[in-house]
Structure formats: structure tokens, C-alpha cells
Design a protein around this ligand. Structure first.
Ligand SMILES: [Zn+2]
Length: 456
């Protein structure tokens, strides 16, 4: 099956391919086979991309999709509120069906916003069934995803071993690996969403890193704790000293890491995912995009927490870029210098964070992140005539400064059409039904938690 995307403003995000003021992209089955100014091909389908920006699908490298039904409930919470109310209470009240419906609706929202690959960091799991149903939600949506199997973080009841002292549920990962994830050649793949050194003891940290390595899985850990609050003071030096820290690990946040520890992480080949919206919301330490770039790393971005922050990846990209610019302007000003001669963070760099940067963080750079022949056909089209985008002088500036989810006209994942003419092709009746189920699920969870909505 050949599909030809014809006559679009192509931004390939591959320096060897370049961009085209008017260009074509040829898809054969699930792959991109050609990107050029003009392609003659006998295509089964031709998609007219006149007045459209053609981009690689976006990569959201960090989202707790299970929280979709609790959207904005925690917009007034502090960090400790979030841990107490979400992990200590509401998160413990989810069953497998709650996870399924939240994950499905959340994944569809991401697709609608141009995200074709999602790292679903699912950390409220207490059973294999919950994990399986979460994956069902991802698969049903049509999104490409890395499913991060994570464990719940309840407040320890008296006499219970706290979550910080519990090794990851290896048996569940093994069951998934033997089951639907026996092959990595599928749209949804498996990762280990582990506690990491800031949230677990050195023994648990070592166990979890080793487990992921034994099972051939990407692992990922949160790192947003102040030094005095960390469980393991030696941090990422623990896996590094044991030869366990490399490109197969992803560190989320990293705000409070010292220069020495951040250097260790970046130079090991591990990736860093910044989630500025939530980091600026609750943390006094700065997002690290600039520090990662200065070390030669390529940041990736995620939207993290729907209960507490905005879930639109375009917004995250803009905030991450602007915050880094603000930091550099202010640092320069404090030195008594005149205005900077070049603007910190080019637009194209910010766009890299949500395309090729995300692809690299997820270990999928060979498959996604740019419009490169041989890669998977994950492609989005953005309409240039929308009032908030028109007129377009430079498509990269336009996307980075102006675009939002509703400007995404067309989405292909794996060569399959997911969104067209601004509408998801997912069955509308089923979506309405699932949304109704999600409302009921969220209302029950909030009621059982005893949480009273506070004044905004
Ligand atoms: Zn997170």
C-alpha cells in the first residue's frame, strides 16, 4: 500500500534530507520510502498537503496517562500535596478498568495533538491485569508507545515495608515479556518505570537497574528530589559504579542534580526528559535543558502530569524554550553585559526536543523522530491557513511559536491514518462512551478518596 503526501511545506528534521518549500513524502506500508521536492509514484492514496506543514510525529517522552480523568484537579497542589493526594490516596483506588479507560482517552488526546509516540509512565500498577488493561488502552488508540511498567507509591501503612524498600515486581515484567511483549517489533513496547536512586534504597536501585538490563528493557526513573530528601544520597553514582548506567536509561527531570551528577548521567549516554510545566509549577530548581545541551546531550520533553499541569506538548515546548531563554538573558544581564547577540535556543532546537530528542530518549531513533526514508511513517500535517498560524514565513518558527493541538489536521502512525481534516478517525460513538466511563471512574475515585475540591 503506497500513500503519497503531496505538495506540503516539508520540515524533515533530518539535516541530510533538509526541508522543502514544496515537497512530497512517499509511504509504503508502515515506512517512509522517499522524501523529495517531487516524487512520481503510483500511489494507492494521494494526500494533498497544499498549505500544510509536514512534520515528523511528535514524541511526548513522559506522561502518566492513567491520571487523565483527574485533569487539573491538582492545579492548586504543591509537590507534597501531589504525593499525598495522588500517590498516597487517589492512585490506590484505581482498578484495571480505570486504567484502561484513562489510558485510552489520554492516548487519543495525545494523538489529536500531533503526538505519535508516547512514553506512558504507568506508576499506579498493583497487578498484572492493571498493566494488561493499560496496554489495551494504548493499543486501541493506535498510538505508538513505550509502556513504562511502574509500581504504586502508597503511603506506608504501619508495619508495611515502604515502597522505597521494595524491589520492582520483576515477575510481572517477566510475564509481560513472555506474553504480548515477547517481541520488540510492535507498536507498543515495554519499559521498566523504576524508582531510581532518589526514591529507593541502593539495594533496590541496583536490583531494578539489573532487572531491566536482564530483560533487555529501557528503564526510566524520576529525579526531582532535593538532596536532603533523597533515599540514596549517592544517586546515579550507584548504577554507574556497577556498570549499569548507559543509553538504556532515561532520567526524568534532573533539576536538583549537581553538575557532577548530571555530567555523569549525560556522559553515560542516558537521556534526560524535562517536563518544564510541572517543574516550574512546584520546584524551585530550574529545568535542565540548557545544562544538558551544554554537556552535549539532546534533551527530550514530556507533559508529565495532567492533574497538575497542561497536557499539550506544543505548550511544553514553548515553555521549556522560553524558560531557558529567560535564564540565559538574566544570567547575562547580571554580569553587566549588553543584550545577547544571538537568541538562546533556536526554534529548530526546541522542535528537536519533541521529535528526534524524544526518539533518542526512548531508544527509537532508528525508527522515528524525523522524516527519513526507512523510518516508520509517523507523520503529522499542520494546516497553515488557520488564523493563529497564518501567514507562514518560516514553518519552524510558526510551529514552535504558534501551533496548538487543534492546528493538527492529519496524523499518520505506522502509515495508518489516525486523524484527517482535523478529526480523529477513532469511532466517535465509542469515544463518547469511553469519555462517559472516564467521568464515572474519576467521580468514583474522587468520592472514595474523600477529597474535597478546593477553591481555585
Ligand atoms: Zn512523572
Amino acid at each position: 500500500m503506497k500513500k503519497l503526501i503531496k505538495g506540503g511545506r516539508v520540515v524533515s528534521m533530518d539535516a541530510a534530507i533538509g526541508d522543502f518549500v514544496r515537497g512530497d513524502v512517499l509511504i509504503e506500508d508502515d515506512r517512509i520510502v522517499a522524501v523529495a521536492a517531487h516524487i512520481e509514484a503510483d500511489a494507492d492514496e494521494v494526500h494533498d498537503a497544499t498549505d500544510m506543514i509536514v512534520l515528523p510525529g511528535l514524541v511526548n517522552a513522559h506522561l502518566h496517562t492513567w491520571q487523565t480523568g483527574l485533569r487539573s484537579i491538582g492545579a492548586g497542589w504543591t509537590g507534597p500535596d501531589y504525593h499525598r493526594l495522588m500517590h498516597g490516596n487517589m492512585g490506590t483506588r484505581f482498578n484495571a478498568e480505570d486504567n484502561y479507560v484513562a489510558t485510552l482517552v489520554g492516548a487519543l488526546e495525545q494523538l489529536n495533538g500531533g503526538v505519535t509516540t508516547l512514553f506512558d509512565w504507568c506508576h499506579n500498577l498493583t497487578s498484572l491485569e492493571m498493566a494488561e488493561r493499560s496496554v489495551d488502552g494504548l493499543e486501541e488508540s493506535g498510538i505508538r508507545a513505550v509502556f513504562g511498567h511502574g509500581t504504586a507509591k502508597p503511603l506506608a501503612a504501619d508495619g508495611d515495608l515502604p515502597f522505597t524498600h521494595r524491589p520492582h515486581a520483576r515477575e510481572r515484567l517477566e510475564a509481560l515479556r513472555k506474553g504480548r511483549f515477547a517481541s520488540d517489533d510492535r507498536r507498543v513496547t515495554l519499559a521498566a518505570a523504576i524508582l531510581g536512586p532518589q526514591f529507593s534504597t541502593p539495594e533496590v536501585t541496583e536490583h531494578d537497574f539489573r532487572m531491566a538490563r536482564d530483560l533487555g528493557l529501557l528503564s526510566s526513573s524520576h529525579a526531582a528530589r532535593r538532596p536532603q530528601d533523597r533515599v540514596s544520597a549517592k544517586g546515579y553514582f550507584i548504577p554507574a559504579e556497577r556498570g549499569l548506567l548507559d543509553h538504556s536509561h532515561n532520567v526524568v527531570h534532573g533539576n536538583y542534580l549537581t553538575d557532577e551528577e548530571l555530567k555523569l548521567v549525560v556522559e553515560s549516554g542516558a537521556s534526560i526528559t524535562v517536563t518544564s510545566l510541572i517543574e516550574l509549577h512546584v520546584h524551585p530548581a530550574d529545568p535542565v535543558t540548557g545544562r544538558v545541551s551544554a554537556l552535549g546531550g539532546l534533551p527530550s520533553l514530556g507533559v508529565d502530569s495532567i492533574p497538575a499541569a497542561n497536557s499539550d506538548l506544543f505548550t511544553e515546548m514553548r515553555v521549556a524554550m522560553l524558560f531557558q531563554r529567560a535564564l540565559e538573558h538574566r544570567a547575562n544581564y547580571r554580569k553587566g553585559n549588553g543584550p545577547l547577540e544571538t537568541l538562546p535556543v533556536r526554534s529548530r532546537e526546541a522542535l528537536e526536543w519533541i521529535t528526534i530528542g524524544g526518539a533518542r530518549a526512548l531508544g527509537l531513533e532508528h525508527l522515528i523522530g524525523s522524516l527519513t526514508p526507512g523510518k516508520k511513517a509517523d507523520i503529522i500535517l499542520i494546516g497553515m491557513k488557520a488564523l493563529n498560524l497564518f501567514p507562514v514565513h518560516d514553518p519552524v518558527h510558526t510551529v514552535v511559536q504558534q501551533a496548538n493541538a487543534f492546528n493538527v489536521d492529519t496524523v499518520f502512525v505506522n502509515g495508518d491514518l489516525i486523524k484527517r481534516n482535523g478529526s480523529l478517525l477513532f469511532d466517535a460513538n465509542t469515544l463518547r462512551k469511553r469519555q462517559a466511563e472516564l467521568e464515572i471512574s474519576a467521580a468514583r475515585i474522587i468520592r472514595e478518596s474523600g477529597y474535597q475540591l478546593a477553591a481555585a
